[in-house]
Design a protein. Sequence first.
Length: 116
Amino acid sequence: VQLVESGGGLVQPGGSLRLSCAASGFTFSNYDMSWYRQAPGKGRDLVAAITRAGRSTNYADSVKGRFTISRDDAKNTVYLQMNSLNLDDTAVYYCLAANIFGSSFWGQGTQVTVSS
């Protein structure tokens, strides 16, 4: 089982990034997918989530209207489009796969740094 995040990097305030999380080793379409982030010295917080087949999504209040989560089951990939980035978005971003039977997997994380 693998979840591999990519797309992080350094961006200026107001900029955009698109994160990807490529899954392998399990039936991706059977899993709800989420993005979490962890800033230095803080806990890991939910950013956005999408259910199987993309039936519904939900977002942390701090990112509503700026971030969009999506999934492509044909590519076993979940995305996080991040627009209007600000300094508070600086964190390591992780993807999580979870199903209704309690099975879950984490990726290794990708660093997003927003700085002028």
